[in-house]
Design a protein around this ligand. Structure first.
Ligand SMILES: NC(=O)c1ccc[n+]([C@@H]2O[C@H](COP(=O)([O-])OP(=O)(O)OC[C@H]3O[C@@H](n4cnc5c(N)ncnc54)[C@H](OP(=O)(O)O)[C@@H]3O)[C@@H](O)[C@H]2O)c1
Length: 315
């Protein structure tokens, strides 16, 4: 078994990264987390397993070189949901290219250069060369880059939508139902297989510990498949504000997304997000047993963190 102790966790300050840090800590790993904004990740430095939180531009090769020193493994969780449009003849826009394709290529090149033997890569369910969205096409191209260095032992993961405390998915739909009398929903019949963030984190740690995962790509879905409408209804019910959900016809959904794209800040939903929902975010096979894990039911976790403040209990 490969002994991995020092892990460079790129994208470790986000939703999944924070859960992964606690799993890595429990298993005895030491973690370094680069971030674009130290302020927004500095709370991580109080965790004893976190050796350093470093403000760094991982898109700069010299910076990446420095971060590699002394590492046994690199985990890359960097992902973006929105991008400028693709130029003519390109499969995805510049922001997707930079974060999902160029970055993993540069990371594995740096791993090879500095003798870092192990790389874990985060992709997304539905990634495919001919996928309907720029997001999924760029995630697929990123997987290719992740496996492109023969001196680096790579494992990659494709989760469906990930839920857990602090998620931006069920929490957002729960919050919307607090304020809106009805929920006009784009992609209401799209299918998802929500996976618990703790299980995703455990899958990554298992991969670090098990050499038989090298070279593999794992689709991570939860125990059940739901339509988006069902998930929104569950979120409303758990939060104590169930509202009627009205599925938007495609044309209206695209108009709504077009409108959101024009508002200042990060759009709630973009036309590319809608394109991603044209394919079911559902695993082609159950891959948990290969990792020695089994996924947690949404019903066992979500009611506890979505419940109104006063009614919350611990699971
Ligand atoms: N959440 C889901 O439901 C889900 C489902 C499938 C796949 N995934 C994938 O899982 C990964 C993590 O997801 P998440 O929900 O934890 O995302 P998140 O909360 O947005 O965290 C992403 C992290 O990546 C870093 N980052 C974002 N854009 C970057 C950029 N352009 N350059 C460098 N660093 C950047 C951010 O770090 P700083 O801001 O500190 O620099 C942030 O901590 C992503 O690759 C995502 O595509 C997520």
């Amino acid at each position: 078994m490969m002994t991995t102790r020092f892990v460079l966790l790129i994208g470790g300050s986000g939703f999944i990264g924070r859960h992964l840090i606690s799993q890595l800590a429990k298993t005895g790993y030491r973690v370094v987390v680069p971030t674009r904004r130290f302020k927004h990740a500095q709370d991580l430095s109080v965790i004893s397993a976190v050796d350093a939180v470093i403000e760094a531009d991982v898109h700069d090769d010299a910076t990446l070189d420095r971060l590699m020193i002394g590492m046994d493994a690199v985990i890359n969780l960097v992902g973006v949901l929105h991008s400028r449009p693709a130029r003519k003849g390109q499969a995805y826009g510049e922001d997707f290219k930079r974060a999902h394709v160029d970055l993993p290529r540069r990371i594995v090149a740096a791993c090879a250069k500095h003798g870092v033997p192990r790389y874990l890569h985060m992709s997304a369910m539905g990634a495919a060369e001919q996928a309907p969205s720029m997001y999924l096409r760029s995630k697929f191209a990123g997987e290719r880059e992740a496996f492109s260095q023969h001196r680096v032992a790579t494992t990659a993961f494709r989760p469906s939508v990930v839920f857990g405390p602090e998620d931006q998915f069920l929490n957002m739909f729960a919050a919307m139902q607090k304020f809106l009398p009805v929920i006009p929903l784009a992609g209401a019949e799209a299918k998802f297989q929500p996976v618990y963030v703790g299980d995703v984190a455990r899958a990554f740690v298992c991969a670090l510990q098990q050499n038989q995962t090298i070279g593999n790509l794992y689709e991570l879905g939860g125990p059940r498949i739901y339509t988006l409408r069902e998930l929104v209804q569950l979120a409303g019910a758990y939060a104590g504000h169930p509202r009627p959900v009205i599925g938007l016809p495609d044309l209206l959904a695209r108009l709504q997304a077009w409108f959101f794209e024009r508002l200042p800040g990060t759009p709630l939903i973009s036309r590319d997000n809608l394109d991603s929902m044209q394919v079911d975010s559902v695993a082609s096979a159950d891959m948990w047993s290969e990792l020695g894990l089994s996924p947690t039911e949404l019903e066992a976790i979500a009611p506890y963190y979505l419940a109104p403040q006063g009614a919350r209990t611990t699971s």
